[in-house]
Design a protein around this ligand. Structure first.
Ligand code: DP6
Length: 349
């Protein structure tokens, strides 16, 4: 029985990933670029071992429930052949477990190992903060599972592996500002790029569930949005400009490209049939307040993922003023300031 624990952080894209070129390999239609945050880590332990793995999982936290879940419908004899998953102290749903098992099957295939694993994951992203936990979740799972199954992967190959769990997870493997390259399986990895000092302020406007998952929404966008064909070259061009702006340390250009790419992503999404609209009046209000900050010489730029919450990009020295203005003028209860965070890493077992 082998066990490994890893920690990974969420990332927010400045140039967005929206749409896959290949669903099976999780290859993106375009490259993207993000900042990994230093807040809200996910900590995941993977324990590999027949039978014992199930017992191990069951022994942590709400053990009995996990044990029951593993045995449910399959009979105790078979339960040892099945992965178990505990999320934030509760047994995972069948859907959550199926996604993790599919990912672990890939790791097992690479490792030539058929044993099941017990996975215990603690995710500190506040529910509904609007930050996808799939990025930090699959980055931590890939790092812990690779180690537990004895795969010795470098950052590039770990980011390729994490990509298979959730595309954006690829970017949470390297630290800081990361580019995720489009390309074939071998070429589609993430790596850190040089960038000037950046900060993000997370403005949660709505803690509710998303109306439709990003995975499903991407499919609908590709199938029905007449703007999708234009999104691909537009994003590829913006990514090139963004890489140049990062290398030049041009914060203003980085900010302008960030806001325009986010709005273009929401435009292409809104063009789907039936339409999908993630931004609400409250989100738009934040975009307006941020534009107002710029008009008053406080440089800040908005972005938003597949949900109504807005993340504001600014310089580290301006982050406290941006947070205070978001509270005062956009009614944001508790803006969270984040700086560039570390890549995924293993912690002492
Ligand atoms: C809007 O990485 O969650 O946050 O690959 O299907 O798991 P899957 O999608 P996911 O999509 C993230 C979309 C986004 C933009 C981004 O992070 O680049």
């Amino acid at each position: 029985m082998t066990s490994a624990t890893a920690i990974a952080h969420p990332n927010i894209a400045l140039i967005k990933y929206w749409g896959k070129a290949d669903e099976t390999l999780s290859l993106p239609a375009t490259g993207s670029l993000s900042m990994t945050l230093d807040v809200f880590p996910t900590r995941t332990t993977v324990t590999v071992g027949e039978g014992a793995a199930v017992g191990e999982g069951a022994a942590v936290g709400e053990g009995a429930a996990v044990g029951e879940d593993a045995a449910a419908g399959t009979g105790a004899a078979e339960s040892a052949d099945r992965d178990t998953l505990q999320l934030n102290g509760r047994p995972a749903t069948e859907g959550e477990l199926a996604r993790v098992t599919k990912f672990l099957d890939l790791v097992r295939e690479f490792a030539g190992d058929t044993r099941p694993a017990a996975v215990v994951s603690e995710n500190t992203v506040p529910t509904g903060a609007g930050l996808a936990s799939s990025a930090s979740g699959f980055a931590a799972l890939a790092t812990a599972a690779a180690a537990a199954y004895g795969l010795d992967l470098d950052t590039r190959d770990l980011s390729r592996l994490a990509r298979r769990g959730s595309g954006s997870a690829s970017r949470s493997i390297p630290g800081g500002v990361a580019i995720w390259h489009a390309g074939d399986d071998a070429a589609s990895f993430s790596e850190t790029v040089a960038a000037p000092p950046l900060a993000m302020v997370i403005a949660t406007v709505d803690a509710g569930e998303k109306p439709i998952s990003s995975r499903e929404a991407m499919r609908r966008t590709i199938a029905t949005s007449p703007f999708f064909p234009a999104w691909i070259p537009s994003t590829a061009a913006s990514l090139e400009l963004m890489v140049a702006a990062c290398a030049a340390g041009d914060f203003t250009r980085i900010g302008e490209l960030t806001e325009s790419n986010a709005l273009r992503m929401h435009a292409v999404i809104q063009g789907s049939e039936p339409p999908i609209r993630y931004l609400t009046a409250a989100s738009t209000r934040v975009f307006d307040v941020v534009a107002g900050m710029r008009a008053h010489g406080l440089e800040a730029y908005s972005t938003a993922d597949a949900g109504p919450n807005v993340v504001v990009l600014t310089r580290p020295e301006d982050a406290a003023a941006v947070a205070a203005t978001l509270s005062a003028e956009a009614g944001i209860a508790e803006p969270v300031i984040a700086l560039p965070g570390p890549g995924a890493y293993l912690v002492g077992a």
